[in-house]
Design a protein around this ligand. Structure first.
Ligand code: MG
Length: 142
């Protein structure tokens, strides 16, 4: 099973059958599934908590397997939510991307993104160099 050969409908069906076989669908109300998505997303994010970019580049294969499993948890709950709420995932994603493309046209956005990224990186590097007591002092003056 790979992304290249698997349809979203097939994944939705797998999730549906898995949950039906365990009689878990009775617990799968939209609120519970939405919270489960958040909880699993937090478990995914936990792998990156406190680490910087250099730490993350040093993650080994086992760590990435754990991260992959958490991403799968998020996606499984997203698919269960889509099943429960009768949402066509492909249609929803395409509609959202079309709306985002209208909101953020590439002709205006690309140059600004690079400028913003440069400012953010310079500010981050500067803040990292400054001792904590100087940060507190400068913040008190604001
Ligand atoms: Mg998990």
């Amino acid at each position: 099973m790979s992304d290249q050969r698997t349809r979203i409908a097939e994944l939705k069906s797998l999730v549906e059958r898995f949950n039906e076989a365990r009689d878990w669908k009775r617990w799968h109300k939209p609120k519970n599934l939405a919270l489960s998505i958040l909880i699993e997303a937090a478990e995914l994010a936990e792998h990156f908590q406190w680490g910087n970019h250099e730490d993350i580049e040093k993650f080994g294969r086992d760590k990435w397997h754990e991260i992959e499993a958490e991403l799968a948890d998020v996606l499984i709950y997203c698919l269960a939510f889509a099943n429960r709420a009768n949402i066509d995932v492909s249609d929803a994603v395409k509609k959202k991307l079309n709306a985002a493309a209208r909101k953020y046209p590439t002709s205006l956005f690309n140059k600004r993104v690079q400028a913003d990224a440069d400012i953010i990186h310079r500010t981050y590097r500067e803040l990292k160099r400054r001792p904590f007591d100087k940060l507190r002092t400068s913040r008190n003056h604001i």
